[in-house]
Ligand binder design. Structure first.
Ligand SMILES: *Cc1c(COP(=O)(O)O)cnc(C)c1O
Length: 222
């Protein structure tokens, strides 16, 4: 069995049932992704539009591509034909544009609202106050070609696991608040959080999707 297949097997055996695994394949060549596919993996995550648009046509059509990086508005059109889900919606303008572009090519896209809970200012996303305000103002309504399926977040890059846990707790609380306010629908159900170093803590705090790269594919070469 290949190393990638072994890594996937180990991970999936530890993940509670119902928690989905997105294999984060950024910077890895399509051959490695194919190995993961051959081992049964169908959900893949990429964080650069160009890279996703170039990899998708080279791999089997039943892969569900998730976009997980900061998405510039001028790159939306490039990824819309390929993605099943955009996890990193960080503004109302971006959401509106995704809906428009999806409608243009007659696609329906799932999205997650990215929350900024980490300490680093470089990370993107709505703050908790911003997302609750946008929801209250009705900014997440009347989207014909987009389903808002939940929230996504990254924790601070730190060894302080208390800090990480408290940020995941904030994400979970915000998910509940949003659900109560606006999204009392069965589709609003996903909390995407947890990466190679912190996914066990994320799962303890209610993650339904984890995004793991290094523990599957090894270290990335930039
Ligand atoms: C790269 C990346 C991951 C995966 O990180 P690993 O530490 O390699 O598991 C998860 N989420 C996002 C948004 C990423 O950019």
């Amino acid at each position: 069995m290949s190393t990638i297949a072994q890594n996937l097997k180990q991970l999936t055996s530890k993940l509670p049932t119902g928690v989905k695994l997105v294999a984060v394949s950024k910077f890895h060549p399509v051959e490695r992704l194919q190995e993961a596919y051959d081992a049964g993996q169908r959900l893949f995550g990429e964080n650069r539009a160009q890279e996703l648009a170039s990899k998708a046509p080279q791999l089997p059509a039943d892969i569900e591509w998730n976009f997980i990086g900061h998405l510039q508005k001028n790159k939306v059109r490039m990824i819309i034909p390929h993605v099943a889900m955009i996890q990193s919606v960080d503004s109302v303008e971006l959401l509106t544009l995704i809906n428009k572009e999806a409608a243009r090519v007659n696609r329906h896209i799932k999205v997650l609202l990215q929350l900024h809970v980490a300490k680093e200012q470089t990370k993107s996303g709505f703050t908790v106050d911003e997302v609750l305000k946008a929801a209250a103002e009705g900014n997440f309504e009347n989207l014909s070609n987009v389903t808002i399926a939940g929230v996504m977040a990254m924790a601070t890059f730190t060894d302080d696991m208390q800090q990480v846990a408290s940020e995941f707790e904030t994400v979970h609380d915000t998910f509940i608040k949003l659900r109560e306010m606006k999204f009392a629908t069965p589709e609003f159900k996903e909390i995407s959080m947890g990466m190679s170093d912190d996914w066990t803590i994320a799962v303890e705090h209610g993650a339904t999707i984890v995004r793991i790269g290094t523990d599957i594919f090894g270290a990335r070469e930039y």
